[in-house]
Design a protein around this ligand. Sequence first.
Ligand code: SF4
Length: 192
Amino acid sequence: MRVLLHTCCASCLLYPLGALREEGLEVVVFFYNPNVHPYREFRKRLVCVKDYCNAQGIAAIYNEEYELESFLGALLGKQVPERCGVCYALRLNETARVAQEKEIDAFSTTLLVSPYQHHEAIKAAGLAAAAAHGVEFVWRDWRPGYRQAHEQGRQLGFYMQGYCGCIFSEEERYRPKKRRAVQRRTQGTKNP
Ligand code: SF4
């Protein structure tokens, strides 16, 4: 069986790729991440996945469009965790659509390896995308492999990002919490 594996970055690819192959499944990598901002960050993650797949001879499909406006439009006014749910749905729907178009039996996502993501929301988005496109969603809990894979990624010289992807997560990662809270209070918005 072939699986289209939505891939968020090279480090998160390592463990799911190995696990699916151990199950006897054939993996095709799919890079589709309009959630990664700004553009130079998007390119760094894309190039790292490409370099690894090319070096290893891994079949892959890359969507290199930088869909900033449509992505932000979909997320506007949403707070965590709803914001992340929309983000997962966008990426997994496109993965399921491409799997159906290319006649690939099933799809999955490397997001399932991260202990920092909303695992149940990813599962729900995957199952909904599967139902919408008539392609099987391969759900696995790969989180136990996260640390080992990221250590391996470091050793391989992969680009290691400091935040999830969107500009909101970049702010949450680097801007002091206190300052964010004060600004949101004065703007009358909720804390994420
Ligand atoms: S924090 Fe990550 S998962 Fe959530 S909306 Fe931003 S990029 Fe998507």
